[in-house]
Design a protein around this ligand. Sequence first.
Ligand SMILES: Nc1nc2c(c(=O)[nH]1)N[C@H]1C(S)=C(S)[C@@H](COP(=O)(O)O)O[C@H]1N2
Ligand SMILES: [Mo]
Length: 174
Amino acid sequence: MKKRNIIIIVSVSVFLAAVVAVFAFLNAGNLNEKKMLEEEAIILVKSADRLLGSIDMQAIESMGPIDFNANLDTSDSEAEEHQYSGVLLNDLFKSLKINIEDYQTLTAKAIDGYIVAYDSSEVADEGNIYIAIKRDGKPLGSKSSGGNGPYQIIVKKDAFSQRWCKFVIELELK
Ligand SMILES: Nc1nc2c(c(=O)[nH]1)N[C@H]1C(S)=C(S)[C@@H](COP(=O)(O)O)O[C@H]1N2
Ligand SMILES: [Mo]
């Protein structure tokens, strides 16, 4: 083989190995951030990649969670009513000095990659969208521990519950 060809093959291999390494590194960073948010039970609130604030258990507990009923209807179970405990999402925004009317949409992102978009008018709607921390009196638990939380967005007016969001780790305002 010509020396020039060997040089080309070696350079291309080194380049590809570097690309793979960089992606592996970025992915690990992402995974670490996700793991950290799950373990610490933190939800990040962002807008245009800027961090506006964060939500943790203490923030929710200090607001005084209320009990409400909602209808859980999954593809593999009959509709069942559960009692959830949580706070109105809009009250959380207010506590972070965020005015939902300044935005059009809210996107909730979960640890399993699930993403749901809500119109800001739905968030402003009194008694519709909650962040729950308990179901039937018990903490929701994390995905790794077989639960639905630690936080789950409950949309009371969504009769089929597919726009609910389990394992929320990020809220993005646009
Ligand atoms: N993060 C996340 N949230 C989710 C889903 C999901 O797969 N991942 N599924 C949705 C659907 S289709 C339903 S019916 C409800 C309830 O799901 P469950 O049956 O797993 O409790 O969660 C919704 N939210
Ligand atoms: Mo579903």
